[in-house]
Design a protein around this ligand. Structure first.
Ligand SMILES: [Zn+2]
Length: 593
């Protein structure tokens, strides 16, 4: 492969629209309004007796609307990410959102009708729906747990002033918090976001002070925040288990993710059995930090970073050739992102922070944003985001409703691509400092994505049970302390302040049991990577088939077709074997005195 000459530049959005004030935008809005009106005319024609051809026409009309809206909202969103200070863009984005919500409301009748349709008619219509089949099937998953229309209406109305109001209250209270921290002899007023930067500060006193301040502030509202959680948990159970008939509180989320209950249990069990890997890692990290034993405050402490920097074009080369070694077709797809100027790698003021890949529609090459500064970390991020793009492009033969992988599979190509590049760097670059940084990065990421999230899920499972048996707020904090002890063993010095950490995790309030999906996705990729290392070329076709499926089928079925048995403990253990190997590589490095 010849060396590329791709530039570190801002992206072009002209494949979407010429400009934010272009007449094409008004045309698109008018066009969409017309389509919505046409779609509304289906309302009176909906019937179980629709022919397959009519039904297909109906879904295609719906998809066409989704594509239009994705284009408009995508353009506004990407324009905003380019320059978050542009007030014109902000106004346009707000307007688009409003019109889109309105269109959504006016077309909602179709989904409601579809969910309520009896099984016989639905399977008849689905059998002729081609690639739309799984999307239609997924919409109906909740049907066995759906109540009568008047009951559903009552729940909706009561939720607004019940669980939703509780959640709003939680956000309102916690978003108002101010944190004070002394840094370099100066008192600073910080938001939680800003405070959290100091968990990674090189000075151990500052790290401790940051966490202590976090829990000092949250601790003042313990009775209120704890009560909100208890209320949400009771409501979750009485609605979902008592009224709707789900077997357990976590089964609600499993159905939503379309992952079988026993697979989630297995994933969590295997994770728990592997907690000692990270306990060993924390003991090793303590030595690198020159500490006898790390405190909980020190988990994200930095191990001194390498000075090594990569030019943008070298980074692109590294990623493309790593992809090429795995499979040339993947490299060609990644190149398309550069060739079409869909990657914004520039560092500039006002640009959105972080990195992402946006898939707008199957007929458009995805867009990638990153502020590239040349650190080894940035090279890994570039590989990660391009992996997302490749995943979408491999699935571009699907419809707009079935192209995107569902949550548990969404990080597959990205993390896998990142690992290809990291392994390449570890193999080819003899710089020990860079090796060390990459391995620490990998372990820290895996800890935060897998072990930490799985232990949140353990807490949730137990807490949902205990609250129903009358657990007090102190009982829950006690439960959380035990959870931490079993997670860290004797590898970490735990202080009492962390007993209320659960009150500071918005996910467990707003989206119960959401957290395990992170662990699922990350472990899945690590296990796949292990299979790749063992099988080499034999693995590739199966893996590409998995990616090409996009979101066109249930995660379990896509994985099964790729020869992966998520019901097997060995499969999940494979992911931990990869981490174990990284840990041993780190342990082999000499710790500085
Ligand atoms: Zn990602």
């Amino acid at each position: 492969m010849a060396k590329n000459d791709y530039k570190q530049e801002a992206w072009l959005l002209t494949d979407l629209f010429p400009a934010i004030d272009a007449p094409e935008i008004q045309e698109a809005l008018d066009n969409s309004e017309e389509k919505v009106q046409q779609f509304e005319s289906w309302r009176d024609r909906l019937s179980p007796d629709l022919s397959q051809a009519e039904f297909l026409e109906l879904i295609q009309a719906y998809e066409s609307l989704i594509r239009d809206w994705s284009r408009l909202l995508g353009f506004a969103g990407l324009s905003y990410a380019s320059d978050t200070q542009d007030q014109g863009v902000q106004a346009v984005q707000a307007r688009f959102r409003q019109v889109a919500a309105n269109a959504d409301n006016r077309t909602l009748f179709f989904k409601l009708w579809w969910k309520e349709l009896d099984d016989g008619a639905a399977s008849q219509l689905m059998s002729g729906a081609g690639d739309y089949r799984y999307w239609l099937e997924a919409l109906r998953l909740e049907r066995p747990y759906t109540l009568s229309e008047p009951e559903e209406r009552i729940i909706n109305i009561k939720d607004v002033n019940g669980s939703q109001a509780m959640m709003t209250l939680y956000s309102t209270i916690t978003n108002r918090y101010n944190f004070t921290l002394e840094v370099d002899g100066e008192e600073q007023e910080l938001t939680r976001e800003e405070l959290s930067v100091y968990y990674r500060h090189p000075d151990s006193n500052i790290r401790a002070a940051a966490y202590q301040e976090l829990y000092r502030v949250y601790g003042q509202d313990t009775p209120v925040l704890g009560q909100i959680y208890q209320t949400l948990v009771r409501d979750w159970r009485s609605e979902n288990v008592d009224l709707r008939g789900y077997k357990t509180p976590i089964a609600v989320r499993n159905l939503y993710n379309d992952i079988p209950d026993d697979v989630v249990d297995l994933l969590l069990d295997v994770t728990q059995a592997n907690a000692p890997i990270f306990q060993r890692y924390f003991k090793l990290k303590a030595r690198w930090l020159g500490m006898e034993k790390m405190r909980r405050y020190d988990i994200y402490a930095p191990v001194v970073a390498t000075e090594r920097r990569y030019d943008f074009s070298d980074a692109v080369d590294l990623v493309l050739t790593s992809y090429e070694r795995f499979d040339p077709h993947i490299a060609r797809l990644a190149e398309r992102v550069f060739a079409e100027h869909h990657l914004d790698g520039e560092v500039r003021k006002g640009k959105q922070g972080g990195a992402f890949c946006a898939t707008i529609s199957p007929d458009l090459t995805p867009w990638v944003l990153q502020s590239y500064t040349g650190k080894p970390d940035d090279v890994a991020t570039l590989a990660h985001e391009l992996g997302h793009a490749v995943h979408s492009m491999l699935a571009e033969d699907h419809t707009a409703l079935t192209q995107n992988a569902s949550l548990p599979l969404a990080e597959t190509a990205s993390t896998f691509g990142e690992m290809l590049v990291i392994d390449r760097l570890l193999a080819d670059d003899p710089d020990p400092e860079m090796q060390r940084d990459l391995l620490f990065r990998e372990m820290d990421d895996n800890y935060a994505t897998i072990m930490r999230q799985a232990y949140f899920a353990f807490f949730e499972r137990e807490a949902h049970d205990r609250v129903m048996k009358g657990a007090t707020i102190d009982d829950l904090s006690e439960l959380y302390s035990q959870n931490l002890t079993s997670q860290f063993g004797d590898s970490i010095e735990l202080s009492d302040d962390f007993a209320i950490e659960w009150m500071a995790i918005p996910h467990i309030y707003s989206v119960p049991f959401y957290v395990y999906a992170y662990a699922f996705g990350q472990l899945l990729v690590l296990s796949l990577y292990q299979q790749y290392l063992e099988e080499g070329d034999g693995f590739r076709a199966r893996y590409l088939a998995l990616l090409s499926a996009g979101g066109s089928d249930a995660p379990a079925r896509i994985l099964e077709r790729a020869g992966i048995d998520i019901h097997s403990a060995d499969f999940w253990q494979g992911g931990f074997d990869v981490m174990h190997a990284s840990l041993e590589r780190l342990e082999a490095l000499e710790v500085p005195e």
